[in-house]
Structure formats: C-alpha cells, structure tokens
Design a protein around this ligand. Structure first.
Ligand code: TYD
Length: 224
C-alpha cells in the first residue's frame, strides 16, 4: 500500500502534496549534505530539522547523547533520550511544518533508533516501535532516503574529519549491523524507501535524489 499523502492548497495557489522526508545512513554517508542540497532546491517550501538536536531542548539532549565522556549512559537511557528529542521535534517542528503545507526534511528519525539502538545495541524492536507510537503519534515519513555505502568507506570519511563522538567511536561490527539493519528495513517496505549509492560524487547523488522526489511528487511545487 502506498504511504498516505496529505494534500492541501497554499496561498500561492499551489497544490502541494505535503511531504515528510527523512534522511538516513551510517556515519560518513553524506546525508546532511544531501539534505542541505534538497533544502536549497526547495527554497522556502522546505522546513529543515534533525534528530537529535532539532529544537532547543533537543540540543541539550544531543550534548548528553554524543558526549564521548558519558560512558555510563545505558542503552535503555540512550533510547529514551533519543525518543524525548523526537517527541519534542515532532511537536515543535515537524507537525507545524506539515500543517503549514511545507515539505519537512528531517536528518534521521525513527529508523535510526531501529537500527542503532535495535540492531546495533540489541534492544527490542517491539519496544522501539511502541515508543515511536507514543512519541510521534504514529507519524511516518512519506519517503526515507537511505544514503548507502560500505562501512569502511563511511568510517574512513569520518576519520578524516578528526575527533569522533560517542557513537562514531563504536567498533566496525556495530556499524555493520546498522547498515544491514537499514537494508533489511528497506527490503520489508521498499515503496517507502529510496536507496542511493553514497560512494558517488555528491552532485551525482543529488541528481538521482531530485529525480526521485519529482517522480514521487514530493517537491511540493506547482505541477508536482
Ligand atoms: P548525526 O547528527 O546524524 O551525526 P552524523 O552526521 O555524524 O551521522 O547523528 C548523531 C548520532 O546519533 C549518530 O551516530 C546516530 C545516532 N542516533 C542513534 O543512535 N539513534 C537515533 O535515534 C538517532 C536519531 C541518532
């Protein structure tokens, strides 16, 4: 079944199909770059946010979540903090954006918790899905963009950036489980996902991404 779309007409007479698009990928996949290029192309039709850290409260939570010194953070506490951030982001940024008829672009969402805390840390998938229902009211993306590349390549890119945060410093096997987790989620619901080969040049990746957004009528513009 295709994901639901929420149609509205805005003041400029456009008939945008309001879209909630999330960007996922392992460390070093370039998802933030692709989100930025998409936002630039959409102009003021876009609302941009990220998890963790899309709101003031989220930025405080992000500091705790990514601080490499906080070794005592338990996997369950980590999961709940990601969902606290998400509940705030959905209420404060995502839902208001969608009700204004904008295209909401979010850097990471529930699928990150499913693969990092679920596949990576081994927490229960059912527990994560229940939290998702509670924290987001069941709001799901219209499209999940997966920037996919081999773990070694992603980690090498991150290594070149310098210091690593708490999750980046996890061992390769963890990131491998994360990547495989994404591919399994995509295989279960291919119509909701768009996988892009993130080893290509950023301009090439974006050209493919934009084509997909247009083909799926997710750019919110006239005639889209
Ligand atoms: P992010 O800001 O996307 O960092 P990067 O650009 O380096 O990928 O994400 C921060 C980290 O938080 C990243 O390692 C993935 C992790 N994360 C989870 O483990 N679970 C979650 O639910 C989310 C949203 C992020």
């Amino acid at each position: 079944m295709p994901p639901p779309s929420r149609e509205r007409t805005d003041d400029a007479g456009y008939n945008p199909i309001v879209a909630f698009i999330t960007f996922e990928g392992i460390e070093g996949s370039g998802k933030s770059t692709q989100l930025g290029l998409t936002a630039e192309r959409l102009g003021d039709r876009a609302v941009v946010t990220k998890e963790p850290g899309g709101t003031a409260i989220g930025r405080a939570l992000r500091e705790v979540l990514l601080d490499p010194a906080r070794r005592e953070l338990t996997p369950m506490a980590e999961l709940l903090l990601y969902f606290a951030d998400r509940a705030q982001n959905v209420a404060e940024v995502v839902r208001p954006g969608l009700s204004q008829g904008r295209v909401v672009l979010c850097d990471r969402y529930v699928e990150s918790s499913l693969v990092y805390q679920g596949c990576g840390r081994g927490l229960s998938r059912e527990a994560i899905l229940s939290l998702a229902e509670l924290a987001t009211g069941g709001l799901r993306p219209d499209l999940i963009v997966l920037l996919d590349l081999p773990v070694e390549e992603g980690l090498a890119r991150v290594g070149r950036r310098g210091s690593q945060d708490r999750l980046e410093s996890e061992r390769t096997a963890f990131h491998q489980r994360v990547r495989e987790g994404y591919l399994d989620l995509m295989a279960a619901e291919p119509e909701r996902w768009c996988r892009l080969d993130a080893t290509a040049e950023p301009g090439t990746v974006f050209a493919r991404l934009w084509e997909t957004l247009q083909a799926r009528k997710l750019t919110g513009g006239p005639g889209s």
